[in-house]
Design a protein around this ligand. Structure first.
Ligand SMILES: *[C@@H]1O[C@H](CO)[C@@H](O)[C@H](O)[C@H]1NC(C)=O
Ligand SMILES: *[C@@H]1O[C@H](CO)[C@@H](O)[C@H](O)[C@H]1NC(C)=O
Ligand SMILES: *[C@@H]1O[C@H](CO)[C@@H](O)[C@H](O)[C@H]1NC(C)=O
Ligand SMILES: *[C@@H]1O[C@H](CO)[C@@H](O)[C@H](O)[C@H]1NC(C)=O
Ligand SMILES: *[C@@H]1O[C@H](CO)[C@@H](O)[C@H](O)[C@H]1NC(C)=O
Ligand SMILES: *[C@@H]1O[C@H](CO)[C@@H](O)[C@H](O)[C@H]1NC(C)=O
Ligand SMILES: *[C@@H]1O[C@H](CO)[C@@H](O)[C@H](O)[C@H]1NC(C)=O
Length: 463
């Protein structure tokens, strides 16, 4: 209640100072309250999770060991058929555990492991699964995927093992590495598609050909203690990619790759990320969205607790000119950044294309984006950048206790067509959000000025 009163009193002050209808005030209060409080259960709340742990439950489980189906596990032999046979058995058997034993390397081609299965299934990966490393002999029927698990309900991936895409030859063949290479996509190492009640706990996904781990068209997914790693210069190797999925929680994940640590794209809502380490990479992204005039949306995303280190971006929302749809209801809180080039960025002029992109009159609508308790160091001058569409402005951006510094003290905030609320201590000063001027850059105030301005807000720092 006290909190609400603070928000209300703050908004009254804000509205009196800036004018505006009381309807808008009421809407803003509701919006802020909603944005501050919405949450997604992070506990093992899914029906699935009465599965006892593998170690403690040998008795009532049917163990399906890939070795029993002829897998060799020497890292050289082709174990694809052993895996597909073992899958058939495990998937058609109630209470089964598909076991990939420890201490070995199983080479497996592009494979689709399809459900529905007979019952709850545990996929116990203790050893390493590797992909054949030669792009030239990759299965042409599956150019964009390696291991796909689809149409499953109630499945737990666990075991501490490794999924290794052996991606180095793919990276060298990328047009981002060498402009004379053709631009074509490479496989995603691990995909969970059209599934629900999925838990992934304690696995490493590394050196993927392209994206590491995609969650698509799925619902109720819990990812815990997952590590993703690839060299910082490997092209397009996103860490965890979420598309058309709802109710997804990522927790305690350590991600370092050559592209976005996490990317959340179209059709995703109710996504929570908690205790994330990101770096190297391109940061934690929503988007890209709106490519080729598409209509796309992302809503209700929370990031609570992250350390982002040595990345090109920190918290980024990226959309193409010409798209439609929206990004609405995002709360970033308790984030520490170290040596991040663009710590806070909304980029509605995103253009990941060899050709330059024309500006257009349509764009996704970005609103209700809260940054709360964000601190650290920026490598570039524009520590905070809201580059929004001239035709579809960003609205209701809230900065609450944000402190981003640059070594030489010259950090700035850039706004184009962005409106919002500044609240608590915000450095560098982001007044361009509350003024109606477009394209205005406000320099960081001197020490004395910044103390002066910050006292105006001190009573509101509870928010
Ligand atoms: C997915 O599983 C459902 C049953 O759970 C089944 O009816 C459907 O045919 C399956 N779809 C595919 C593409 O296998
Ligand atoms: C796996 O890929 C290799 C190389 O393309 C191929 O020779 C082999 O037949 C494939 N295995 C299966 C089971 O399809
Ligand atoms: C790029 O690829 C071309 C053609 O394959 C090759 O001749 C050239 O050496 C490559 N450049 C680099 C920097 O690897
Ligand atoms: C965006 O996601 C929605 C919801 O899943 C889907 O219906 C739509 O086709 C997607 N749009 C694009 C452009 O992929
Ligand atoms: C997107 O729409 C613009 C404006 O109507 C048009 O000029 C452009 O060709 C369209 N782009 C694509 C990829 O369809
Ligand atoms: C602010 O975030 C940092 C992590 O960056 C955390 O250690 C600290 O406890 C947070 N402060 C509050 C008041 O929640
Ligand atoms: C697109 O619009 C932005 C904002 O007004 C401007 O800074 C940028 O130069 C424009 N880009 C092109 C290609 O016209």
């Amino acid at each position: 209640m006290e909190k609400m009163l603070l928000i209300v009193s703050f908004l009254v002050v804000f509205m009196v100072c800036h004018g505006g209808a009381t309807d808008k005030l009421r809407d803003d209060i509701e919006m802020l309250h909603e944005l501050e409080t919405f949450d997604i259960e992070e506990a093992d709340d899914l029906d699935l999770f009465d599965i006892p742990s593998f170690e403690s439950s040998h008795s009532n489980k049917v163990l399906v060991n890939v070795d029993a189906f002829g897998a060799v596990g020497d890292g050289v032999a082709d174990d694809t058929e052993a895996f597909t046979s073992a899958w058939k058995k495990a998937c058609s058997t109630a209470k089964s555990v598909l076991l990939v034993p420890q201490g070995r390397r199983y080479q497996v081609n592009a494979t689709r492991f399809k459900g529905p299965c007979a019952g709850k299934l545990v996929i116990q990966i203790q050893g390493t699964i590797t992909a054949p490393d030669e792009p030239k002999s990759w299965d042409p029927k599956n150019p964009r995927v390696w291991l796909v698990f689809s149409n499953l309900t109630q499945v737990a991936f666990q075991g501490g093992g490794v999924i290794d895409g052996s991606g180095s030859k793919w990276w060298a063949a990328s047009c981002k590495k060498n402009k004379s290479n053709p631009c074509k996509g490479a496989p995603t190492a691990l995909t969970i598609d059209k599934s629900s009640s999925v838990r992934v706990k304690g696995l490493t996904v590394q050196n993927s050909q392209q994206m590491h781990f995609t969650i698509s068209r799925s619902d109720s997914v819990r990812i815990n203690d997952v590590k993703v790693s690839a060299p910082g210069d490997s092209p397009n190797t996103d860490g965890i990619h979420i598309t058309e999925s709802t109710n997804v929680v990522l927790q305690n994940c350590k991600i370092g790759t050559g592209d976005d640590c996490i990317s959340i794209v179209n059709g995703s809502s109710n996504i929570k990320m908690k205790n994330i380490f990101c770096g190297p990479g391109h940061g934690i992204s929503i988007g890209s969205l709106g490519k080729d005039n598409s209509t796309e949306m992302v809503t209700r995303v929370v990031l609570d607790g992250a350390l982002i280190r040595d990345t090109t971006n920190g918290l980024r929302i990226k959309t193409w000119q010409g798209g439609s749809g929206y990004v609405r209801g995002v709360r970033y809180q308790n984030v520490r950044m170290e040596d991040v080039s663009n710590p806070i960025l909304i980029d509605q002029f995103y253009c990941d294309s060899p050709k330059s992109c024309q500006n257009q009159t349509t764009a996704l609508e970005i609103s209700q984006i809260m940054y709360k308790n964000i601190s650290g160091t920026s490598k570039s001058k524009e520590a905070i950048k809201f580059a929004c569409s001239d035709y579809v402005p960003c609205n209701q951006i809230i900065l609450n206790n944000v402190n981003l510094e640059r070594e030489d003290g010259s950090a700035e905030v850039f706004c184009n067509s962005a409106k919002g609320i500044i609240h608590g201590y915000v450095n560098p000063s982001a007044e361009c959000l509350t003024s109606s001027d477009k394209g205005k850059v406000i320099k960081q105030p001197t020490e004395a000025e910044s103390i002066q301005t910050s006292t105006d807000y001190i009573i509101h720092t509870e928010l």
